[in-house]
Ligand binder design. Structure first.
Ligand code: PNS
Length: 166
């Protein structure tokens, strides 16, 4: 079975991320979406809440694909160690623009150095989502803007709850 791990902060998960998950599920037999816990930035929600949100969002984005082939996990530490734990031979990442390339190339080479048996595969994020970033979504939402065209309903509901309370 060919397994790929798709690591990220998903803070929050956007339509761009979900596009990558769905397309990875068309290529790999098993896709493990791995949420980084020990992110340096302070995340919007607790790990449990982010996991629940990711689960709900991915379920809604699979569009008839076999949900059993897509798993959601949280991880701490190195991506390559998480990859080894789930027997992933591939790391999936999305590339939106040339600006992503440099840091992604550095990560891919470094991960390959750490774990030569794990290779990185890139999907070009769908054009309609190529401008999206989690940080912009966070900013727009905190300033009262409408992000419903950028993130799935699971995220919109939680963001609204936050701004309503705040
Ligand atoms: O969604 P992001 O923030 O772009 O994801 C970045 C992520 C989680 C893939 C990266 O920060 C990562 O792999 N972190 C885990 C720690 C690690 O393995 N560091 C070495 C990377 S070469």
């Amino acid at each position: 079975m060919t397994t790929a791990i798709y690591p990220g902060s998903f803070d929050p998960v956007t339509f761009g991320h979900l596009d990558v998950v769905a397309r990875a599920a068309d290529v790999f037999e098993r896709v493990v979406v791995a949420l980084l816990v020990n992110t340096k930035k302070s995340p919007l929600w607790s790990t449990e809440e982010r996991l629940a949100c990711l689960r709900e969002a991915v379920e809604g984005a699979l569009d008839g694909r076999d949900a059993a082939r897509v798993e959601i996990v949280a991880f701490e530490g190195l991506t390559v160690d998480a990859a080894r734990r789930v027997d992933a031979r591939f790391i999936v990442r999305g590339l939106r623009a040339v600006s992503d390339f440099e840091s992604e190339m550095q990560m891919a080479h470094t991960n390959r150095k750490l774990a030569p048996e794990v290779d990185t595969v890139f999907f070009m994020t769908a054009l309609e989502h190529a401008y999206l970033s989690s940080s912009l979504v966070r900013e727009i939402s905190l300033l009262g803007g409408d992000v419903s065209g950028m993130v799935p309903p699971a995220v919109v509901t939680r963001l609204r709850a936050m701004t309503d309370v705040g």
